[in-house]
Design a protein around this ligand. Structure first.
Ligand SMILES: [Zn+2]
Length: 224
């Protein structure tokens, strides 16, 4: 439990209703209506296929699937911009439970969170991908490796850019600090939302430069 979650009004991030006693982080109505992707037990799912022919990513799992204008996208907005770290961790637990159910437990050597630029991390006070990774890692029994994949360039928020602009804006944005650590390893790259996949592709591309490494991806949501 994070401090901000204790002092902020207890409001459902999806519908904005006050939470009732016994409801944690989200109201029961929104919780029971979560738009699950079922990607954790679906090989060749749309998120996985979106990398086909571009980059050698093995498996891709997300907890949710929604359109970008869906009210469920507010979950990610809340833990990115409103300091709702407890909500982030809670969603990471859920993703981990589903992935464990889908047979992903203990399949990887390390989890690697998509890094924020150090300046952005300092301003926000945390990296939401790390919080997700830690919760998820605990559920599937895989340690989290922080600081090995690094963000070199400060990139402005990408929300308003076209897919093509995002792709070119991301190439060369990441580096692996010590390639030897990742040599021959099976890795799970974790981010909050997968939209065009540009960020994840750029990260996976850097990781795959370590000889014999393999990469799969987990994200909270696949936003179409
Ligand atoms: Zn709600």
């Amino acid at each position: 439990m994070y401090f901000a979650d204790l002092i902020l009004p207890r409001i459902c991030p999806v519908c904005g209703r006050m939470l009732l006693r016994g409801e944690r982080y989200m109201c029961l109505y929104c919780l029971s209506d979560l738009p699950y992707s079922y990607f954790w037990s679906w090989r060749g799912n749309p998120a996985e296929n979106s990398f086909a022919g571009k980059i050698g990513v093995e498996m891709v799992s997300t907890l949710l699937i929604y359109r970008q204008e869906s009210p469920y996208s507010k979950i990610v907005h809340a833990f990115k911009y409103q300091n709702r770290r407890g909500l982030c961790s809670y969603m990471g637990d859920m993703l981990g439970d589903k992935m464990a159910e889908g047979g992903w437990a203990k399949s990887f050597d390390f989890i690697i969170p998509v890094p924020l630029h150090p300046l952005k991390r300092w301003m926000r006070g945390y990296n939401q991908a790390e919080i997700l990774s830690e919760a998820l890692g605990e559920r599937i029994g895989v340690p989290v490796l922080k600081g090995v994949l690094q963000r070199k360039r400060y990139t402005k928020t990408q929300t308003r850019k076209s897919a093509q602009e995002r792709l070119s804006g991301m190439s060369g944005a990441f580096r692996v600090r010590d390639k030897n650590i990742l040599t021959g390893k099976n890795l799970l790259l974790v981010d909050d939302v997968m939209t065009t996949g540009a960020t994840l592709s750029a990260c996976a591309g850097e990781i795959l430069r370590s000889q014999g490494s393999r990469v799969s991806i987990a994200a909270l949501a696949f936003a179409e």
